[in-house]
Design a protein around this ligand. Structure first.
Ligand SMILES: CC(C)=CC(=O)SCCNC(=O)CCNC(=O)[C@H](O)C(C)(C)COP(=O)(O)OP(=O)(O)OC[C@H]1O[C@@H](n2cnc3c(N)ncnc32)[C@H](O)[C@@H]1OP(=O)(O)O
Length: 257
């Protein structure tokens, strides 16, 4: 029996989604990405889950969208199905998402990682947008999210030359938040996700929404948005608990409400 292209498990309040198409370096086909989107939606709606980790194998997070699936598609096929549109749902998850990237994160693989809230990279990670070598351009956000993450010069370089950048360059450029030895990657990512998941969930969700809003609105509007969310958190039990715990010099026990 063929193994499932996505493995899912939970550890405490963390859901771990592992891309599992080793024979194709986790190339993202429709079946796999539908499973990823379904799992993200399921865990986002699960009140027992506070954060989601998406990872791959040590050789490849994902070597891109599945070229063999795309090869014979026509303009009508991709336009009428709005190919890739659903895959963007990962970026709209309301719960925090962490990409744990080892090995290749190319094309759609890099784009999937960038849909997550932040990327922790193994020291063997390689990022790139090589679509230009296939006669196309990024289609899952590469030219947009990469540019916001690393700036025009680096994004142009990667999208136009198709070259890969290593983990050290990716960290220096602001694409990844930290680089760790490959054998510590998953535990580091799960540790970060556990830490987030144990904070007040409404506060975490609002922090995520507020940071994301900064990409979409002028500064004044973003500042007002942040302030209104901040005000609203004073209606939560967790704000009382968090501040009281600090004053009483004890650890806060958040109830996520
Ligand atoms: C078009 C848009 C919008 C998005 C995209 O993401 S396009 C894809 C972008 N990615 C790429 O162009 C990378 C393609 N892969 C490679 O260049 C190489 O596989 C590699 C450099 C990542 C690794 O090379 P290596 O020699 O170590 O491994 P391979 O023998 O080449 O690959 C093993 C196995 O995986 C299949 N594979 C790899 N990537 C893909 C992919 N993106 N789609 C489909 N299949 C992929 C590869 O064909 C091989 O399988 P077979 O031996 O059965 O052919």
């Amino acid at each position: 029996m063929a193994s499932k292209p996505l493995k899912t498990e939970t550890r405490g309040r963390v859901a771990i989604l592992t891309l599992n198409r080793p024979e194709a370096l986790n190339a993202l086909n429709s079946e796999l990405m539908n499973e990823v989107c379904d799992a993200v939606a399921k865990y986002s709606a699960d009140e027992k889950i506070g954060a989601i980790v998406i990872t791959g194998s040590e050789k490849a997070f994902a070597a891109g969208a599945d070229i063999k699936e795309m090869q014979d598609q026509t303009y009508m096929d991709v336009f009428m199905s709005d190919f890739f549109a659903r895959w963007n749902e990962v970026a709209y998850a309301r719960k925090p998402t962490v990409a744990a990237v080892a090995g290749y994160a190319l094309g759609g693989g890099c784009e999937l990682a960038m849909m997550c809230d932040f990327i922790i990279a193994a020291d063997n990670a390689k990022f790139g947008q090589p679509e230009i070598t296939l006669g196309v351009i990024p289609g899952m956000g590469g030219s947009q999210r990469l540019t916001r993450a690393v700036g025009k010069a680096k994004a142009m370089d990667l999208c136009l030359t198709g070259r890969m950048m290593d983990a050290e360059e990716a960290e220096r450029s602001g694409l990844v938040s930290r680089v760790v030895p490959a054998d510590e990657l998953l535990e580091t990512a799960i540790g970060a996700a556990e830490k987030i998941a144990n904070f007040s969930l409404p506060a975490v969700m609002m922090a995520k929404e507020s940071v994301n809003r900064s990409f979409e609105v002028p500064l004044d509007e973003g500042l007002r948005f942040e302030r209104r969310l901040f005000h609203s958190l004073f209606a939560t039990e967790d704000q009382k608990e968090g501040m009281t715990a600090f004053v009483e010099k004890r650890k806060a026990g958040f109830k996520h409400r």
